[in-house]
Design a binder for this molecule. Structure first.
Ligand code: ZN
Length: 174
């Protein structure tokens, strides 16, 4: 690899890590609310124009996914439903709803951390982001800061199970 090309790859890697860290910061907000920790940011010309984190239980709606919230904010900033020059960073592989919204918003690139074998629609359960039959395909980069994002999810579910177990035992003692 030529030196220039190599430094471009390193720059891109640093940039991806930086924005994924911002998405992780969003996921941590969900964690604090007792929500499954998933976070998302949307970047336009090196600037974050939309942030979101999972608030499904807090807002009592299946629509309150991180990506949907971030898209809602980004389109407001762009004053356009198309996010054609934006990149979306998300800590977990998008579900069918979010993958659909990403295609609808014409987002050209998604950078994701952990895969979601049970619900992911960037290739795990199905591939909505890259279906040649749709009028828009998304370039997908996987595995950026995957360990950190997976650990956050794992810690959350370990804590949740412990909490549920304690509650059950409490009820049993009554
Ligand atoms: Zn979703």
């Amino acid at each position: 690899m030529k030196l220039q090309a190599k430094s471009r790859v390193i720059d891109e890697e640093q940039e991806d890590n930086k924005y994924m860290k911002a998405a992780i910061a969003q996921a941590k907000k969900a964690y604090k609310l007792g929500e499954v920790p998933i976070g998302c940011v949307i970047v336009y010309e090196g600037r974050i124009i939309g942030r979101g984190y999972n608030r499904r239980n807090t807002d009592k709606t299946p629509l309150a996914h991180a990506e949907i919230t971030a898209i809602k904010k980004a389109v407001k900033v762009m004053k356009d439903w198309r996010l054609e020059e934006c990149k979306l960073y998300v800590t977990l592989e998008p579900c069918q709803m979010c993958a659909g919204a990403i295609v609808q918003a014409r987002i050209p690139e998604v950078i994701m951390a952990a895969e979601n074998p049970k619900a992911g629609c960037a290739g795990s359960v199905m591939d909505i982001l890259n279906n040649p039959d749709f009028n828009h395909q998304v370039t997908v980069k996987k595995g950026i800061l995957k360990e950190e994002c997976s650990k956050l999810l794992k810690d959350f579910f370990v804590e949740l199970r412990a909490r549920n177990k304690a509650l059950k035992e409490q009820k049993g003692n009554l």
